[in-house]
Design a protein around this ligand. Structure first.
Ligand SMILES: [Zn+2]
Length: 293
């Protein structure tokens, strides 16, 4: 049993040339889950990137028993209308998660964060949008899904401001920094999201991260349709490839333990079952992942 903690069903549909009409996308979401089941992926979290995709994510999660969703405004979508977008996202939270009971379709606020990679970004708008949405997550007792690119220091500074707030928790998704930064993130009580990027031949740094932090702080994610693992590089990614990432982790963690390895790896043989069990437990701990309608 595996969980894809971060993918985008609506963008997968687009990549496969489907319309994002609600009925079509719900039917397609069932197809995605049928394909996932063949690869032991039983649960997915489809992640919103703006108000419209968040609304769609909620509709998908309401229709597919093993799909959950998050709602949020991605930093790269922080345009001059960001306040309007965040207001709509806030309404979705009020409507679907009013009592912070964690039994509805929405299991997180995200993806939110800072992205200073592409030229022309609005730093101030990104900081304000991220701050506002962290506060929404706290209000609704939900974890945050953090996207950060070319903004490590600023992201850590922002997360540090909230570290003592009750219920503040989350994941840095598609982690792409050093083992030292990974430790800082873990010290904040956050998880590290490991994607198919770990299978890329040049990505030794990410493999070092996994060896250093061990399975207790890792969540698996595809970010589908983005970041296809090496075996399908150049094609759209799919949540079923969580199994490929899990297998890859078995290989990394089974190699001879290095001095910086987390202690449990030296003791226990790392099997596919162990990777599945631990990362699934981590996903349940962070996101709850139960629906009562
Ligand atoms: Zn994403």
């Amino acid at each position: 049993m595996l969980v894809d903690t971060h993918c985008h069903f609506d963008i997968i549909a687009e990549k496969f040339g489907l319309s994002i009409e609600l009925d079509d996308i719900i039917q397609f979401s069932h197809e995605i889950m049928r394909a996932c089941a063949k690869h032991q992926v039983t649960t997915c979290i489809t992640v919103g990137t703006d108000a419209q995709s968040s609304e769609l994510a909620v509709a998908i999660a309401q229709s597919c028993p093993s799909v959950f969703c998050s709602v949020g405004l991605h930093p790269s979508d922080c345009t001059s209308t960001w306040q309007h977008e965040v207001k709509k996202i806030s309404h979705l939270l009020e409507k679907h998660n009013p009592s912070a009971s964690r039994t509805g379709p929405i299991v997180a606020v995200g993806e939110i964060g800072l992205d200073f990679y592409h030229p022309g970004f609005n730093r101030q708008a990104q900081l304000e949008a991220c701050t506002t949405q962290i506060e929404l997550a706290l209000k609704h007792n939900l974890p945050v899904i953090i996207h950060t690119r070319s903004a490590t220091d600023e992201t850590l500074a922002l997360l540090n401001k909230y570290r003592h707030e009750t219920g503040f928790r989350g994941v840095v998704h598609c982690f792409s920094d050093t083992p030292e930064i990974a430790r800082e993130v873990i010290n904040l009580g956050f998880y590290i999201g490991i994607s198919g990027a770990i299978t890329y031949p040049k990505n030794e740094t990410l493999r070092q991260v996994v060896r250093a932090v061990g399975l207790d702080h890792i969540l698996l994610e595809t970010d589908a349709p983005f970041l296809p693992p090496q075996i399908i590089r150049g094609k759209p990614n799919h949540p079923q490839y969580i199994a490929t990432i899990a297998e890859f982790l078995v290989g990394i963690l089974s190699e001879q333990a290095s001095p910086e390895s987390a202690p449990e790896q030296a003791l226990k043989p790392v099997t596919f079952e162990l990777v599945a069990e631990k990362t699934t437990r981590n996903a349940h701990t962070l996101f709850g992942l139960q629906k009562v309608f």
